[in-house]
Ligand binder design. Structure first.
Ligand code: OTU
Length: 650
């Protein structure tokens, strides 16, 4: 599109702005708007240019951004300017995150504000508080079915409480992450209520159909997210006497982004939360934002355009705020959420590294790294100024969505291998892992796995039989997995309870609102009496917590752990080891060799095999984590079962 067209449109928009907007000092806003307007106009017209009301919607879009800017506190604007200056700030190794439910970590938001000391004790400086917004009792999908995007759910607190939390965190240099559920609303949201009452304006906020014709067309190519409890992607609504698209649960209505009013409403909500002092917004289920007949309705090109437009608009109003893409999709697809047509991230700066997460669990089950290597090799290169969120566990299930071809290259048959993993973690081969199968689909044979980190690596069963050696192995596995995510490159995201070895919580079974969703087994409520044991030497809590705390502190000191695409996977002969090097592009002598043993038995790393990567096979190494010199025989460095090293040459 020719820039002149955008410029003349921008001129007329500025003339038409409401007088109260024109009266404000909008110097920084106009500078950014000018810089981004061409992109914003191009994207908005690609998506909505065919509509008669295009110019009016474009004016509303600019007004929404301007209003958001006017509402932004001077303190936050200062932060925007600092972050624009130091725009790689989030790639530093100093960030370590934790995800939690406010009423799982604490009683509620007010109580959470009194427990910030725990984050400081462990070294956490990015806290993702999972959904806190108003949602119906019962039909809430753990808070991901929102009935009011601007109200905090009274079961966890008030808007003032979250403002207080944001303030307390920022005083301690801890980043706050909150969710924005972009893809759907609860069927009790005001928009859905109005749609149910027959208001065509609000029916157009969703995908609503008179009969099954179009739904049937869609169903031919759409997979199911929750097949066991919510089969199909459409729900009959008795009030409207129409079908509505519900990809997730039947009470989660998918928003219709082909309507620009929906886009503008959601941008307004994003800016509202940015203005509450949120540093990072986790955009839920972004792969699903665009629906097109004949496709899986995931990862559509227009879903990317919507996110790029969101980013450009947010950069005008609140440029210090980052986006996390929650897209649990294949690696070639995930990478696009950093911004497909850009050189630097222009969509979401951060994305969940679900591939690495699932691969790590494959390593635990198979005790080898064949698929891990193959999967990491297939991870496409990121853009500059984009980074991963590396995690071991989160509040969702673990899906083994590896690429079939990678599985074959690793030497397995895809279907059988996935079944093996589900069976392994649900304890079919030995009783040690205590996972539960999630959403078993009898038609396809697919399934996923739930369970807390500690229970999946065998801590629960080891404690039950009081077997010291098994307890130690489980702890070693917990540390091994974190030893990798803390060193991989990206922001490590720990999960509530994992630094304390919290086991499965089976109480969800007795709660009728939770019993059909076994993800609740790993959404614990922290018992702070038991958590005190982290201070008592010899306890499991102490062993895990002190080790994690030490790892985090050391990670923050290792500058090559910052994420500047400075990692290389190293091929070693031993199939039980994962080995990669982290380096500094400017200072080649600075490097850290990360080695992890997925086997229960001791294994050795042959330095000769990696000597072509600048590793001296006769060198002396020290492990930065333990401070010890690993035992070395000839050119072989030995690792105990489930041990990891962060090695540097002395
Ligand atoms: C996300 O999940 C949330 O993390 C889940 O807790 C919600 O149930 C869901 O969205 C709906 O809001 O959409 O991009 O298998 O892994 O649904 C991936 C379940 C998602 C989740 C998947 C995921």
């Amino acid at each position: 599109m020719y820039e002149q067209i955008s410029h003349s449109l921008l001129n007329s928009i500025l003339d038409d702005l409401k007088p109260e907007i024109r009266r404000q000092d909008l110097r920084h806003f106009y500078t950014r708007l000018g810089a981004n307007f061409y992109a914003i106009h191009s994207l908005f017209s690609k998506l909505y240019g065919h509509r008669d009301d295009f110019d009016r919607q474009m004016l509303r879009l600019v007004e929404t951004m301007a209003k958001g800017y006017i509402d932004r506190a001077p303190k936050l604007e200062q932060l925007d300017i600092e972050r624009e200056r130091n725009h790689n700030w989030f790639l530093s190794q100093k960030w370590v995150g934790m995800a939690l439910y406010s009423n799982g970590f604490a009683d509620n938001l007010a109580d959470l504000a009194t427990k910030i000391g725990y984050f400081e004790e462990l070294g956490i400086n990015m806290v993702h508080i999972m959904p806190i917004l108003m949602c119906p009792q019962g039909k809430s999908d753990g808070g991901y079915a929102i009935s009011d995007f601007r109200q905090v759910d009274d079961r966890v607190g008030t808007l003032d409480d979250i403002r207080l939390v944001a303030d307390e965190l920022s005083q301690r240099d801890i980043l706050l992450t909150l969710d924005i559920v972009l893809n759907h609303t609860s069927d009790e949201h005001e928009w859905a209520q109005k749609a149910k009452m027959g208001d065509p304006r609000y029916q157009d906020y969703y995908y609503v159909f008179e009969n099954r014709q179009i739904p049937d067309l869609f169903e031919q190519s759409m997979p199911e997210v929750f097949p066991a409890t919510d089969p199909g992607n459409f729900t009959w609504n008795v009030e409207m006497e129409k079908w509505v698209m519900t990809v997730f649960h039947e009470y989660q209505w998918d928003l219709n982004y082909s309507n620009p009013a929906v886009f503008i409403e959601m941008l307004d909500i994003i800016l509202f939360w940015a203005n509450q002092g949120v540093d990072i917004l986790r955009l839920d289920a972004v792969a699903f934002l665009w629906k097109k007949v004949g496709t899986s309705c995931q990862n559509e090109r227009n879903a990317h355009l919507i996110l790029q437009l969101m980013k450009d608009c947010c950069q005008v109003t609140a440029p210090g705020v980052l986006f996390i893409a929650e897209a649990i999709v294949a690696p070639v697809e995930v990478i696009k959420y950093f911004g497909e047509d850009a050189i630097v991230a222009k969509e979401c700066e951060i994305a969940y590294n679900a591939t690495l997460m699932a691969l790590l669990w494959d390593g635990i089950a198979t005790k080898n790294t064949k698929l891990l290597y193959q999967g990491i090799k297939s991870l496409p290169n990121k853009l500059e100024r984009a980074t991963w969120l590396n995690y071991v566990r989160c509040h969702d299930d673990i899906g083994f969505g590896f690429d079939d071809n990678d599985i074959r290259i690793a030497g397995y048959e895809p279907h059988a291998h996935r079944r093996f993993l589900i069976d392994y973690f649900s304890g079919k081969f030995d009783a040690s892992p205590r996972g539960l199968e999630f959403m078993h689909n009898p038609v396809t044979g697919d399934g996923r796995i739930c369970g807390s980190l500690a229970s999946l690596v065998g801590l629960e069963s080891a404690i039950e039989i009081a077997d010291e050696q098994s307890i130690e192995s489980a702890i070693d596995k917990i540390l091994l997995l974190h030893g990798i995510i803390l060193a991989f490159g990206g922001i490590p995201l720990m999960y509530n309870g994992d630094a304390l070895g919290v086991l499965n919580d089976y109480s969800y079974i007795d709660d009728p609102n939770k019993s059909n969703d076994n993800r609740w087994v790993h959404r614990p409520k922290i018992d702070w009496h038991q958590a005190e044991l982290r201070k008592q030497s010899g306890t499991v809590e102490y062993k895990i917590f002190t080790a994690m705390k030490k790892m985090i502190a050391i990670r923050k000191e290792i500058s090559v752990f910052a994420d500047f695409d400075n990692r290389e996977l190293l091929h070693v002969e031993n199939e039980h080891l994962l080995c990669f090097i982290r380096f500094d592009r400017e200072r080649p002598s600075e490097k850290v060799l990360v080695v992890a043993n997925f086997d229960a038995n001791p294994q050795s790393l042959d330095l000769e095999a990696i000597s072509n990567k600048g590793i001296n096979p006769h060198g002396r190494f020290v492990d930065l984590y333990s401070g010890r010199i690993p035992s070395q025989f000839d050119r072989q460095i030995t690792l105990q079962g489930f041990q990891f090293y962060w090695l540097t040459e002395t």
